[in-house]
Design a binder for this molecule. Structure first.
Ligand SMILES: Nc1ncnc2c1ncn2[C@@H]1O[C@H](COP(=O)(O)OP(=O)(O)OP(=O)(O)O)[C@@H](O)[C@H]1O
Length: 887
């Protein structure tokens, strides 16, 4: 390269050099082609480099080739070329052979426009110079054409501008010098090549410049510009004020006048500019420019109004409007035309027409909104609000219902294949479906499943939807404090949405799905906008046929929806809701049931979910029993499900990283998967010592055994200070009712002991401490009364209670044993803890007898009406003392 440079420098006189295209390209890539000053010879005349490949007519090429065009004979060749060039009559401001590379752009270019160009290499290597060494391109407005891509042909606009290209050492700069029109487009060999066109000047009739109307129109434009400057001074802040009058006088070229006005205003409407460019008559073009400025004035006016309204500065308002305008233009350029709104309206109308079952009143609301929408400016904030609203309205399944389906056999099969046991629940569901069958619909019913976690409430609800072949949607209201989650937000809120039920309609695309509302007992409370009253509106068959969601602001019929709710406890369900529901209790599972569910439902289901083939993992029955007994302490299946998932995860890891092709889980290796068991036993004592009694408790998590332990401290008389009084201290996070039960038990035990054995002064000589372990867990309820009294009496008599005995029952102060709740849960808990017999109140006999055999089996139940019945069973060795009661 250096040698070539030196050779060129040594050439005397103005020179043209023909060089091979590979050399030409090398120079070009080094950005030297425009830096011709470095190649200037002593006479300071420019040297022109020709690319062999283009820009020269065949004749010229032949001429050059004859003279061996290569680096070595640059000197002789250049001299020849110079002669040749001198002979030709090429204009210096016009490309050789009237040919230019077409540069398609979304910019507009009037005469005098200048700027930088980001020219691609493919352009640089093919630029066509004129005889003076300058290069030109033809800048054409191509609406849908990305910059720097080959021109698609004449399809777009054939009038453009001739731009002279210069390289300033950093960038390529252009300056548009003339209007041109494409005469002929040359075919391109390679689709990536820039296109070449033969062009011709596109000038107005020179005579027209003398027409007085030119001056008049220019004057008119000047007046308007001055008026705008005066009226909206803020908009011109920081800008240099142009004296257009002087400019037109000095330039005396209306073409340049366009450019300065357009630049000054930052006007940016390529479509309109193209129109001006294509208008040959100067007068007409000036008039078009005038119209453009009038339009601009309106926009200034608007932005001033906005800025006055919002307190925004005029320049900020202007910037915003400018940006919005740009956005609009960009959208247009990208093909998202301004008629987007028209298309949207068309779409909405046809969607509305397709909603054949929509009630008339709702239809009217939508029609009104569509006509309101058609009047809104697409750039206003209201536009998108209205659009969103319409999209919601039009995408709801108005009057669309899934056909009713009732088939008892099918339903039974579904329920049985999805769930183990739960026969009473399944029976209730089949009854419910039968009623639906007779009535023709299940509408107006609200089922509520109440039970401890993981007992299958949700999955049963899903099965009901399956039985009825209906869509299913679930949401939780646990902790919900905002009624708008149910009733929707008012549309004036930013990000407003309809409530959950309307969302369910949209998602399921039917107006009669099965909707599960989870954790209804945990719904929040508020004085204003209470979510539970909103829920009542949704659920109440009296009201829900014309539910008004705040967002939709029109009625929607929920009366055909089957609502199912779940709760862990019935206590906290708002009364008004509770009254309207059909309650179904799920009490939890005994170990045998948990074993069957894990083996036959959870493991097969989780295998599929984890993509593990059944022969890749075997879990022995013994392991499942261990899971149930030692790794979980629940009446549901939730913890067990998590344990099974943990096993599956570890198995999957082993299979994937190649450490195990297949896993066999046995009691020997279960700890490798799950760690050491969390619960070795529910029982703290194999044989209960004096003062310790096994109670049976029940809460929202199901039943459990609950120890009551008592110890005594002898009161020693001391000489100093007053004598210590016997007392009862209780610990173990006992709630108010349970504390009262302990006081009742203490009073009762003292009296009872006195009747049995008046000589026993234990309670007068001891202070007692009664405790219920698992002190971090709050305990409440009256049903530990008999257990506490028994614990105290055991202490007083120094006699342990019968081994493997559990008991429950509320105790009155006179010794009556009264009804308790949760017989089933407590029996299940007793069995889990390995108790052999239980004492329950006589009044609960029926509830116990109604329990299924698999729960009752293995438990010896005893009934107690009065405390003496408990005493007789708990202290067989002290039974004789009861004789004293009779006396
Ligand atoms: N009788 C059963 N037969 C088969 N699988 C069951 C049975 N009961 C529960 N399951 C399974 O136990 C898991 C937990 O059940 P589900 O989610 O329905 O509990 P839930 O009562 O809704 O709990 P929560 O109150 O926490 O929402 C599910 O995978 C469910 O399929």
């Amino acid at each position: 390269m250096l040698s070539l440079t030196n050779k060129i420098k040594s050439i005397k006189g103005p020179t043209s050099i023909l060089i091979k295209s590979n050399v030409y390209n090398r120079l070009n890539n080094n950005k030297n082609i425009f830096n011709l000053n470095s190649f200037q010879n002593n006479n300071k005349s420019k040297i022109c480099l020709f690319n062999e490949n283009n820009g020269l007519k065949q004749q010229k090429l032949n001429y050059c080739k004859k003279n061996k065009s290569n680096e070595d004979n640059v000197e002789s060749l250049s001299a020849e070329l110079f002669k040749f060039e001198n002979k030709s009559n090429q204009r210096k401001d016009w490309p050789i052979n009237n040919e230019v590379l077409i540069y398609p752009t979304t910019l507009f270019c009037f005469k005098g426009a200048t700027g930088n160009l980001n020219l691609m290499n493919v352009y640089i290597s093919k630029l066509i110079p004129n005889s003076g060494g300058k290069s030109f391109i033809g800048v054409f407005y191509a609406k849908n054409q990305p910059i720097n891509q080959p021109f698609n042909g004449l399809g777009e606009k054939s009038v453009g501008a001739l731009a002279q290209i210069t390289y300033n050492g950093r960038n390529y700069e252009f300056e548009t010098t003339k209007r041109i029109r494409i005469k002929e487009l040359h075919p391109v060999q390679n689709p990536n090549d820039p296109q070449v066109a033969t062009i011709e000047p596109f000038d107005c009739d020179p005579e027209e410049y003398n027409d007085p109307r030119v001056k008049e129109t220019v004057e008119k434009i000047n007046q308007l510009v001055l008026k705008i400057q005066e009226l909206y001074p803020d908009i011109y802040k920081g800008r240099q004020v142009i004296d257009f009058k002087t400019q037109i006088q000095t330039n005396e070229d209306p073409e340049l006048y366009f450019t300065s006005i357009i630049n000054y205003y930052g006007l940016n409407d390529p479509d309109e500019f193209q129109e001006i460019l294509e208008t040959r008559s100067i007068i007409k073009r000036l008039e078009k420019l005038y119209d453009l400025i009038v339009k601009e004035e309106k926009s200034f006016k608007k932005q001033q109004e906005i800025s006055e309204e919002s307190g925004e500065t005029a320049s900020a308002a202007q910037k915003r409007i400018f940006l919005l305008e740009q956005l609009k233009k960009t959208k247009q350029l990208l093909g998202h035309e301004a008629d987007e709104k028209e298309r949207a309206i068309e779409k909405y109308n046809s969607k509305l027409a397709s909603l054949v079952h929509i009630p008339e009143a709702n239809k009217k609301v939508i029609q009104e909104e569509i006509s309101k929408f058609s009047t809104i400016d697409p750039l206003s904030a209201e536009y998108s609000l209205s659009k969103n609203y319409l999209e919601w309205l039009l995408n709801l399944p108005w009057g669309v219902f899934t056909p009713e389906f009732f088939d008892l056999k099918y339903s039974k099969d579904v329920l049985d294949s999805d769930h183990y046991g739960l026969n009473d629940i399944k029976q209730r569901i089949l009854e419910f479906i039968s009623i639906g069958h007779l009535k023709g619909s299940v509408q107006g019913k609200i089922i509520c499943f109440i039970g401890p976690p993981g007992t299958g409430k949700t999955s049963i609800a899903k099965s009901i939807a399956k039985c009825l072949k209906k869509e299913f949607y679930r949401f939780s209201v646990g902790g919900l404090v905002d009624e708008s989650e149910i009733k929707g937000h008012r549309r004036t809120y930013i990000g407003a949405m309809p409530g959950k039920i309307i969302q369910a309609m949209k998602l399921t695309q039917t107006s009669n799905p099965v909707i599960l509302i989870d954790e209804i007992d945990k719904i929040g409370k508020r004085t204003l906008g209470d979510p539970s009253s909103a829920l009542l509106e949704v659920l109440d068959p009296e009201q829900n046929s014309s539910f008004v969601d705040h967002y939709l602001d029109t009625t929607y019929d929920f009366s055909k929806v089957l609502f199912i709710c779940t709760a862990n406890s019935e206590k906290n369900i708002p009364m008004a809701l509770f009254d309207r529901m059909e309650i179904i209790h799920l009490t939890g599972y005994v170990e045998e049931e948990q074993f069957q569910i894990v083996k036959n439902f959870i493991i097969p289901k989780t295998l599929i979910e984890c993509g593990i083939k059944p022969d890749q993992l075997t879990i022995s029955d013994e392991v499942i029993k261990q899971l149930v007994k030692f790794y979980s302490r629940e009446v549901g299946i939730r913890e067990l499900e998590k344990l099974v998932e943990k096993i599956m995860r570890k198995t999957a890891l082993g299979i994937v990283n190649g450490t195990a092709e297949k896993v066999e889980l046995t009691t020997e290796n279960v700890e490798e998967f799950l760690g050491i068991p969390s619960y070795t036993s529910d029982r703290y004592y194999e044989t209960t010592p004096v003062g310790v009694v096994n109670g049976l408790a029940y809460n929202t998590r199901g039943g459990s055994t609950l120890y009551i332990e008592s110890t005594a401290e002898k009161l020693v008389s001391s000489l100093s200070g007053p004598p210590k009084e016997p007392s009862l201290k209780t610990t173990g996070k006992l709630g108010e009712v349970m504390s009262e039960s302990s006081t009742i038990a203490y009073t009762f035990a003292k009296n009872f002991l006195y009747t049995l054995d008046p000589k026993n002064t234990f309670f007068h000589t001891h202070s007692i401490h009664l405790h219920s372990p698992q002190g971090d867990q709050a305990k409440e309820g009256p049903s530990a009364g008999v257990t506490m009294a028994t614990s105290l009496l055991s202490l007083a008599l120094n006699e342990p209670v019968l081994n493997d005995l559990g008991m429950t029952g509320e105790l009155t102060i006179t010794g009556k044993v009264i009804t308790i709740g949760g017989v089933k849960e407590k029996t299940i808990a007793a069995k889990r803890s390995g108790l052999k017999s239980i004492i329950i109140p006589t009044n609960n006999q029926t509830s116990f007898e109604e329990l299924p055999d698999y729960i009752k089996n293995g438990i010896d139940v005893k009934y107690a009406k009065e405390y003496k019945d408990v005493f007789e069973i708990a202290f067989p060795n002290k039974k004789y003392l009861l004789e004293n009661l009779k006396n």
